[in-house]
Design a protein around this ligand. Structure first.
Ligand SMILES: Nc1ncnc2c1ncn2[C@@H]1O[C@@H]2COP(=O)(O)O[C@H]2[C@H]1O
Length: 604
């Protein structure tokens, strides 16, 4: 009897260094299989051997399995080592699919030699037995989806091309087949390994149970289409007597896997920052593909009628695909100047092409127009509003300097926020989500607000949606001394100056990001609700504005915050009073401030 080649001979491995003679044999009942013990005993260190009771049990099981397989195996007539394929060897292999799961369950150091895994069938079996799951949003999955989509597009483009154009020849058939089977292998992995492991949402929870995920995938229409698209009908062409020209035709079922294509675009639609590009690309792909099909059909009709037999058919000159694609584009887009059809078949072809051009292309082009219009809608609205406002100011004869400032405000606000009304955008979200988004967007500023640091975090959530961002230009007054205070402010970006003196030439304080001001008049701490100082924007500053009503409503449940605001306000009043006392003679002080100063002193 021929011997099994050494690489497959699991009964004759005594030359392996890790097979020690003193390996403990625990199962005497399997006598006669002493070789087996040494064959499937793996390099285990003495410590592991003495401690690993489970490993011993596993080995016992394996030995039982192996004695059975050995009995079967000894009845085979073995082919010579040189002509043996992997498949042949696999059929002889004592550790075939029967013991697969036991092997994969074993600790790595107990598994038989590594070359076993290199076999392709074993690899697929091994991969399908792995119990990993995939997140549908993960980068790996999106990358895989891109690969599968490329394979799908290859099939979509190449199958009609090979059916109609003479690009598949007996000489290059092997190259086409190589590409075909590469894409098939990827689709096979996708259908049997990747897709049944993608977790899904059920009742608001991610399902991570592998069995449930598999069942869910199998229940979907997608799994059925995936499997149909994989049916190897093209293998029929390999039977003797059948022509290989039929091969691409038999692969038409590959085009059924269209859900992958849609899934790919849906993923990128939600991942990319400009989803409009993805949408336009998808629509353009449809259009180009229709033209491609039209080109294939034109060439096919031309060949059937005979190349260059009349003015309408393809004349056989130049690159066939490029010329036919050009013709198809002209007819589908109804550009005109097409050769006149001369028989019924040609009339039918042209009618179908023009109808496709009028209906399908009109819809697709309309879709692209809508996508672009949606993409630029907010910018268009902003421009319209800016133009209307400036036009209105011009009609009112507002001085150019002010008009310029208005224009500046529009462009700076747009540049900063890409919207004129941030809150309107968030309005469609549920309240809780809106709060989370707002906190995240303004986190950097809000973290710097001492008031929120010292108070209950709930106050921040309470207030964050009530903040209205407003942009101030350099020199703009945010509030004027003596005005009734109706709002409080937080500096979001930029700097503001609290100014005093005769011509506001004395800077009392410069407030930066996170500073709060305008609270004194709101809390009526001076006995009046009038502003105690002028505050103006130093450069361009973005300020959060909070109305008195909103502040009062939120703060009434947070006495701690009230206290902090009051304490800070009192400090400021004290500072200002001290400064004014230094500057203004006492007799003038009473005239200027009247009751207000009395109140101020009372508060202090
Ligand atoms: N000396 C100062 N330093 C810092 N901020 C001040 C000073 N004086 C007044 N302010 C702030 O400027 C604001 C002007 O409006 P209010 O009086 O409502 O509240 C005032 C304070 O928040």
């Amino acid at each position: 009897m021929d011997r099994i080649p050494p690489q497959y001979d699991y009964y004759n491995t005594t030359d392996e260094p890790w097979l020690s003679d003193n390996m403990p044999i625990t199962n005497e009942s399997s006598s006669g299989s002493g070789e087996l013990y040494s064959t499937f005993t793996t390099p285990v260190s003495p410590i592991e051997r003495s401690t690993s009771l489970n490993a011993t049990k596993l080995m016992d099981k394996l030995n039982e399995q192996c004695s059975k397989e050995r009995n079967k195996c000894e009845n085979y007539v073995l082919p010579s080592s040189s002509s043996m394929s992997f498949t042949d060897a696999d059929s002889l292999h004592p550790l075939s699919a029967h013991s697969r799961f036991q092997l994969s369950d074993m600790p790595i150091e107990l598994q038989p030699e590594k070359s076993l895994k290199k076999r392709s069938w074993f690899f697929l079996a091994w991969v399908t037995s792995l119990d990993f799951i995939i997140e549908p949003q993960s980068f790996c999955y999106v990358a895989w989806l891109s690969l599968v989509t490329m394979c799908y597009l290859y099939n979509c483009w190449v199958i009609p091309l090979r059916i109609t154009f003479p690009y598949q020849t007996p000489e290059n058939l092997w190259k086409w087949m190589l590409l075909d089977y590469c894409t098939d292998a990827i689709n096979l992995l996708d259908t049997f390994v990747i897709k049944p492991r993608i977790m899904y949402l059920k009742d608001g929870f991610w399902v991570r149970d592998l069995k449930l995920i598999e069942v869910n995938y199998l229940e979907k229409l997608q799994s059925k289409l995936d499997i149909i698209s994989l049916l190897p009908a093209d293998l029929i062409c390999l039977t003797p007597g059948l022509t290989s020209e039929m091969l691409p035709l038999m692969r038409l079922n590959r085009i059924i896997k269209i859900q992958t294509f849609w899934e790919f675009f849906d993923h990128f639609d939600s991942v990319l920052s400009s989803p409009y590009v993805v949408r336009v690309t998808r629509t353009l792909t449809y259009m180009v593909y229709l033209v491609h099909l039209n080109a294939c059909a034109y060439y096919y009709v031309s060949v059937k009628e005979g190349l260059a037999t009349n003015n309408w058919v393809f004349n056989g000159q130049g690159n066939a695909y490029i010329r036919c694609f050009f013709f198809a584009t002209k007819t589908a887009t109804s550009i005109g100047k097409n050769p006149h059809p001369e028989n019924e078949a040609e009339y039918l072809f042209m009618t179908a092409s023009w109808l496709m051009g009028v209906f399908v292309f009109a819809i697709l082009i309309g879709q692209i127009r809508d996508i672009i219009a949606t993409a630029t809608r907010s910018q268009t609205e902003y421009r319209k509003l800016q133009d209307e406002t400036l036009e209105y100011l011009r009609k009112l004869n507002i001085p150019p300097r002010i008009r310029q400032r208005v224009e500046q405000w529009f462009s700076f606000t747009w540049e900063q926020q890409r919207t004129l009304d941030e809150n309107r955008i968030l309005d469609s979200l549920p309240h809780k989500m809106k709060t989370d988004v707002a906190i995240n967007v303004h986190m950097k500023t809000l973290n710097k607000v001492q008031l929120f640091k010292d108070c209950d975090k709930a106050l921040l959530r309470e207030l964050v949606l009530k903040l209205r961002p407003i942009l101030y230009l350099p020199g703009d007054y945010i509030c004027r001394k003596g005005e009734v205070g109706k709002e409080m402010y937080i500096v979001k970006t930029g700097q503001v100056q609290v100014v005093g003196g005769e011509n506001d030439d004395e800077v009392l304080a410069t407030l930066t990001e996170g500073s709060v001001f305008g609270e004194i008049s709101l809390l009526s701490l001076c006995g009046t609700n009038r502003r105690t100082a002028d505050v103006r924007s130093h450069g361009f500053s973005n300020i959060f504005v909070l109305s008195k009503e909103d502040l009062n409503e939120a703060i009434k449940f947070y006495p701690n915050a009230q206290e902090i605001l009051k304490r800070k306000a009192r400090e400021l009043i004290q500072q200002n009073a001290a400064r004014e006392h230094r500057q203004i003679p006492n007799e003038l002080l009473d005239d200027q401030y009247g009751n207000s100063t009395e109140n101020l002193m009372r508060v202090l």
